[in-house]
Design a protein around this ligand. Sequence first.
Ligand SMILES: Nc1ncnc2c1ncn2[C@@H]1O[C@H](COP(=O)(O)OP(=O)(O)OP(=O)(O)O)[C@@H](O)[C@H]1O
Length: 898
Amino acid sequence: MDDRIPTTLPLVPLYDKVLLPSIVTKVSLDGYQARSLSRKLENSNHTFILCVPLINNPLDGDFYHTGCVANVLDVDTSMPDNVVFLVQGVCRAQIQDIHSQDVEETSLMDSTVELKQTRDTNNKNDQTVWIKTIQQLGKDFINKMQMIGVASSVLVPFKKRLALLDDPSHAITDSSSSAKILDLAHFLLCMTDASFGEKLAVLSLTDCNAIVHEIQTIVTRHMQILNESKQMQQSCEEKLDKKRREFYLRQQTHVIAPSGHTDTVSLDNLSLLSCSSSSLPQKTTVPSSQYKQQQKQQQHQQQHNDNGDDDNGCLFMPTQGDDEDVVDLKNQLNNAGLPSHIQSTIKRDLARLSKIPGSAPESVLVRTYLEWIADLPWRKSLASARPAVEISVAKQQLDADHFGLDQVKRRILEYLSVLKIKKDTSSPILCFVGPPGVGKTSLSNSIAKALQRKFHRIALGGVRDEAEIRGHRRTYVGALPGSIINGLRKCGVNNPLFLLDEIDKLVQGTHQGDPASALLEVLDPAQNNAFTDHFLNVPFDLSNVLFVATANSVDTIPGPLLDRMEVIHLDGYTLDEKLDIARSYLIPKQLNAHGFTSPHNHPVSSGKNDSVVFSDQVLSHLIENYTMESGVRSLNRTVAAVCRYKCREYADHLESNHLKDSAPYDPVVRHQDISTILGMAPFGNETLADSIDTPGIVTGLAYSQSGCGGILPIEANQMPGRGMLHLTGSLGDVIKESAHIAVSWVKANAYVLKLTESQRQVLLSDMDLHLHLPNGAVPKDGPSAGVAMAVCIISLLSGKAIPRTTAMTGEITLRGQVRPVGGIKEKVLAAHRAGVNKVILPAINERDVVQDIPDKIKNDLTIVYCRTLWEVLESLFDEKLIQDSEALHCQAQYASRL
Ligand SMILES: Nc1ncnc2c1ncn2[C@@H]1O[C@H](COP(=O)(O)OP(=O)(O)OP(=O)(O)O)[C@@H](O)[C@H]1O
């Protein structure tokens, strides 16, 4: 017995465990108690305490009558709220009295103790029996452990201690021999899953013989349980494949030796193997020599936990009833890096899954849900994604992929600069607006490349159901997540670039919810860090995703969405721009795609002919006669068609190479061959210049919803009737209203326009008027045909033809004002393509022409800007229809009447 141990010791309650002599364990105390204990130890000249198990309500302080005197080996103050004392049991002690010297209620009590000597025997035979008993017990235990697959390295510390009993140099001969045998017996007891009560029973014994006998009984009983558990496990394992077993054992050994090192063994943890995986160890008892190392690992583990990681990296432990798929699923979920706030939801679903029979339909639903959760990149980012945008790299990428578009590129770089300075993606979303084929998608792709992010396109055209964006609730049959979560799963990282393509084509106002409102949450930086898909029903952080949208027109983009985006307009290309794009980008790409080399690499003169050569004349012919578009998509397809034809020619040439008289391959595409290659030109044969000018036919200008400009012929005719107006050509409400305004204005000014002989005469009183806009199958709407319709009616009624090469656009008011319209660049370019030589535009649109139309086009056209319909008519008719004074007089008259 250690005579340094005083009879009054600080009393430390053990809430859920029993300390036995020679065992090392950690005792965790809260701030007040820890301070109290430290004070007591500082004031005394020893490091002994009394560890007493609490047997009832801790608040009542109902202590067991026997405790274990322990020596404090180390103190860990690294955790803010708890201080951990590393203690080693020394001997049993009986509590005589409990008292407190401190006035503070929360401080630890003191206890007067009587140390209890274990009753030894000097009988060598008894000692030999104990040694044999413990040795046999220990060997059986080790065998069992190995049988259930515990790595033998884990058992090394115990084996070493056991071996000491055999070692003659350590032969147990002295008086402390019984104590040493007891130490080993205690150690063995702690390795099993002995219960609190069983350990308490051992603590209360003082007779060596009784202690060894009690421990033998407990350990034997536990090994029997282990045996039965093993048999059960074996029968289960027959159903499990190799992978499943490996995982199970791996997780077990993982819990036993978190570090994987053989020396650091968690003795209480070993008890997990006794069968019940649910009885997870709470506290750790270790041999003192390994304490420091384990402490470091625990700190490391603590850091992981603080970062949201789970205990031992394994949140979802497989259980014996789990089938192969569920084990795989749990494995995936463990590796998915789930944020802490959704772990409880997932645990609940896993628990549900374990209760539902595998054949039940609901089981499939829960599994599908958990598979989605496991597949999502909760924490995974593309490592190579640039943390800070490099503007120079982005510029190089944009220049390498696109010709021209200087304004657009400048605005993109400005946007990226904001990202760089702000260092987050919460700035407004970019939205590229322009006609088809002008490079909106490919610009977005270039941005993704420059930022080294994964690129994913979400097509929003025709999306009418909110669920397509936000998923269906799990209660629906066949429910799945929406396109945002789907895209993230496909990308596998949480920081891709999402292209929301054709955001203007969202269908609104259906009974299936509003997809635009679902997108609002996605695009709003203030909300999208907790985007909740209906299917997942747990928030997902989208704040790392960079969103870019595209649209053909801003008119149909819902207002609140438009508000959250920074719109960048891309206009249609001119002929020269198309030529440049074709030469520098489209042709090299198509040559490469068809296996040809670029003529620049092998000039024709070099004798290497495996290429295709397009002259500028041929390219212009292709652009003007085979494509009629604002962008270059059809041109790209046309170039591809020519390359295919040449490819066939080249292949034929290679096959017939051995024939002397075979014609050599000609890489040059000749103008006269184009019709053979592509067939007759669909456009360009009939230009407006060839059309016959007829009264009642006028050339208007249109801007389609897809962002394309075009020519819009307008025809008018009159027939006997009762002054009715007939409108045909798939016209929308707005364009119909424009027609009515045009008719009203003409009727109101019929006398001044010399269409009636007196002011009182009613125009068209016995005639019907019919306005038709050809291409009847194509829906048309908008106010911009107002000017053209008014002019068309005047042309019909006055019998004066307007040249077809004169095109016009503009909205009119009832009093003949000409209002500005959109899509001027596309309209003017389309007019130029169609052979128009004079364009009449609203005066306010002059700034669009100045800004957007290239000088070359402006020089080819006569552009007239008008404020009123009178100015339009003046610019159209050589002979003045009205006298200025007359018109003013007439207007004043009407004004006074009003
Ligand atoms: N300025 C340009 N320089 C080089 N290539 C271009 C340019 N503009 C367009 N292209 C090419 O034209 C093709 C069509 O472009 P893209 O698909 O990006 O058009 P878009 O504007 O997204 O059309 P849509 O509205 O129909 O989606 C692509 O191959 C693209 O590389």
